[in-house]
Design a protein around this ligand. Structure first.
Ligand code: MG
Length: 484
C-alpha cells in the first residue's frame, strides 16, 4: 500500500505540474487502476485477519501499534460502506464538481443545488455507516481530525467567536490600519520565484529531497521518504502571495521531510491529523513569516531581490503584511478573520448533516452568517456559498482542520517561547533553524504515531485551548493597530 500510494502521489503531482493536457486520458486510466488496487488492499480479508491478530498486542513497537490502530480504523470504515455506493458516489462527485465549477462561474447556485443535495445525502448515509455517538457530523469529522466532535467544536468555537467578532469590530472602528503602500507595485515573476526558493532554503526546506514548481492552486505532496515536493504560484501585483504561499507549503513539507523512513513503511507519514499538519504550515507562514523578528532578518534579503525595498524598514514591512479586513473569500482572509470563515462553514455542515439545514437555504444562511460574523454580505454566490470546492468533492468535515491548524500553532508557540526565551533575537539574527529544530524534535519526527490530542498533551501538557490563539491575535494586532 505504501508503494502504490507513492506511485499515485507521483502521478498526481505530475498531472498538476508537467503533464501535457492531452495526457489526461491515459493518466486517468493508470490512476484509476492504482486507486482501485489500493482500495482492494485496504479492505482485503487477509488484512482484516492480520489486524485482528495484532490489535491490542502490546509487544509491538509504539510505531507498529499506531500503524495497526490507523489501518484498523480505515479498514472498518471502508468495510462499512457498500461497494455499489462507492462507485455511485464517485460518479456523482465528478458531476458535482463540473456543476460546481459552472455554478461558480455563472454565480448561479441553482446549477449546483441538485448535485449538492445528492452529495449531502451521501455524506449523511456515510455518517450512518461509519457510526457516531452523539452527532452524525462526528462520524465524518473523524476522517480529518481523529477525536473531534460537534460537542468539542462548540467548546472551541463559542469562546473564539465571543472574542474575535467584537475584536474585529474594534480594529475597524478604533484602530489605525497599517500602511500597505510599501508592498504595493509590480514585481517580476521570475525574481519572485527565486525569492520564494530562497525563503524555503532559509526555513530549512531540503532541495535535495524536494522540488519547487509552479501551479495555479499550490499544494505540497509527499512522494516518499526524502521526496517531498512543494508547488507555488506568483502574482505580479501581489508580492506577498508568492512569499507566504511558499512559506505555507514549506511548513507542510518540513513536517514530511522531518519524518524518519520507518514511518513511511508503516503508513504513518500523513502526520497526526490534518489539523496538526496545517499547524506546521501556519507556524512557518504566520507565527514566523508574519512576525517582526522575521522581517528584521528578511528585509535585506528581500531588498537583494527587489532593490526598491532597501529603504523600507522591517517595521514598515511587518505592519504592511498584517492588515486585518473582513473579506468574502476564505483563502484571502487574514489571521484574525480566518477562523470566523471556518466556523461559519462548520456550523452549516453540521446542520446539513443533521438534516436541520436544507441545501436550498444555504445561500441565505451563508449570507446571514457572514453578516453576523464579519459584518459584510456577499454581493453574489460566487463570492459566497460557491467559493470552495470541498462540498462538490464530498469533503464534509474537512474545514475545521484549517482552523485547528491556527489554534494548535498558537498553543505550540507559547511552549516554544518557554523553551527558547531568546527566540525573537535568534530569529532576527537569522537563526531560523532554532525554531524548525524545535518543530522537528517535538512534532515532525513522530509523524502519525500519536493522535492529535495525545500529541498536544505530550508537547504542551494540555489539550487544545483556543485562548492561546485569542491572546496571540489580540496582543499582536492591538499593537499593530494602536489599540490600548
Ligand atoms: Mg495548508
Amino acid at each position: 500500500m505504501s508503494v502504490i500510494s507513492s506511485a499515485l502521489s507521483l502521478l498526481g503531482w505530475d498531472q498538476q505540474t508537467h503533464m501535457p493536457p492531452r495526457g489526461i486520458v491515459a493518466r486517468s486510466q493508470v490512476s484509476g487502476r492504482l486507486t482501485k488496487n489500493m482500495f482492494e488492499l485496504s479492505v482485503a480479508p487477509e488484512l482484516g485477519e492480520y489486524l485482528e491478530a495484532l490489535e491490542g498486542d502490546r509487544s509491538l513497537s509504539i510505531e507498529e501499534q499506531a500503524s495497526v490502530r490507523d489501518l484498523g480504523k480505515q479498514y472498518r470504515r471502508r468495510k462499512a460502506i457498500p461497494s455499489e455506493l462507492i462507485e455511485e458516489v464517485a460518479v456523482a462527485r465528478s458531476q458535482a464538481q463540473a456543476a460546481w465549477a459552472q455554478a461558480r462561474e455563472k454565480s448561479d447556485f441553482s446549477i449546483f443545488q441538485p448535485l449538492l443535495t445528492k452529495m449531502v445525502d451521501y455524506a449523511r448515509r456515510f455518517a450512518d455507516y461509519f457510526g457516531y455517538e452523539e452527532h452524525p457530523y462526528d462520524g465524518l469529522l473523524e476522517d480529518y481530525e481523529p477525536g473531534l466532535t460537534v460537542a468539542k467544536l462548540k467548546t472551541i468555537n463559542e469562546p473564539l467567536r465571543e472574542q474575535l467578532v467584537p475584536f474585529m469590530k474594534r480594529l475597524a472602528t478604533e484602530g489605525t490600519a497599517p500602511d500597505t503602500t510599501p508592498i504595493e507595485g509590480s514585481f517580476d515573476i521570475d525574481t519572485q520565484r527565486r525569492m520564494a526558493r530562497r525563503a524555503l532554503e532559509i526555513v530549512g526546506y531540503d532541495f535535495e529531497s524536494g522540488t519547487l514548481d509552479d501551479v495555479p492552486h499550490p499544494f505540497t505532496t509527499t512522494i516518499g521518504f526524502n521526496d517531498v515536493r512543494v508547488t507555488n504560484r506568483y502574482l505580479e501585483n501581489h508580492l506577498t502571495s508568492g512569499l507566504y504561499g511558499g512559506l505555507h507549503e514549506g511548513g507542510h513539507a518540513l513536517y514530511n521531510q522531518g519524518m524518519p523512513e520507518s514511518l513511511y513503511h508503516l503508513l504513518l507519514n500523513g502526520g497526526a491529523s490534518n489539523g496538526i499538519h496545517e499547524s506546521q504550515s501556519r507556524m512557518v507562514e504566520n507565527q514566523l513569516g508574519r512576525s517582526l523578528p522575521f522581517w528584521k532578518y528578511f528585509q535585506p534579503i528581500l531588498a537583494g531581490f527587489f532593490p526598491q525595498f532597501s529603504d523600507v524598514t522591517p517595521e514598515a514591512l511587518y505592519r504592511a503584511v498584517n492588515v486585518v479586513e473582513p473579506s468574502f473569500i476564505r483563502v484571502e482572509a487574514d489571521e484574525v478573520s480566518y477562523n470566523l470563515h471556518i466556523m461559519l462553514r462548520a456550523e452549516l455542515e453540521a446542520g446539513l448533516i443533521a438534516g436541520e439545514i436544507q441545501v436550498a437555504d444555504l445561500p441565505r444562511r451563508w449570507n446571514e452568517a457572514m453578516e453576523q460574523y464579519l459584518g459584510i454580505t456577499p454581493p453574489n454566490d460566487a463570492l459566497g456559498v460557491l467559493q470552495d470546492v470541498h462540498w462538490s468533492m464530498g469533503y464534509f468535515g474537512y474545514f475545521p482542520s484549517y482552523m485547528l491548524g491556527n489554534l494548535y500553532a498558537s498553543q505550540m508557540a507559547v511552549k516554544i517561547r518557554q523553551d527558547l526565551p531568546d527566540l525573537d533575537e535568534r530569529i532576527a539574527s537569522g537563526d531560523i533553524l532554532v525554531l524548525i529544530d524545535w518543530m522537528r524534535m517535538n512534532v515532525h519526527q513522530f509523524g502519525g504515531i500519536y493522535q492529535p490530542d495525545e500529541l498536544m498533551n505530550k508537547i504542551t501538557g494540555a489539550s487544545l485551548d483556543s485562548a492561546h490563539f485569542v491572546r496571540y491575535v489580540q496582543e499582536k494586532y492591538s499593537d499593530i493597530y494602536g489599540l490600548s
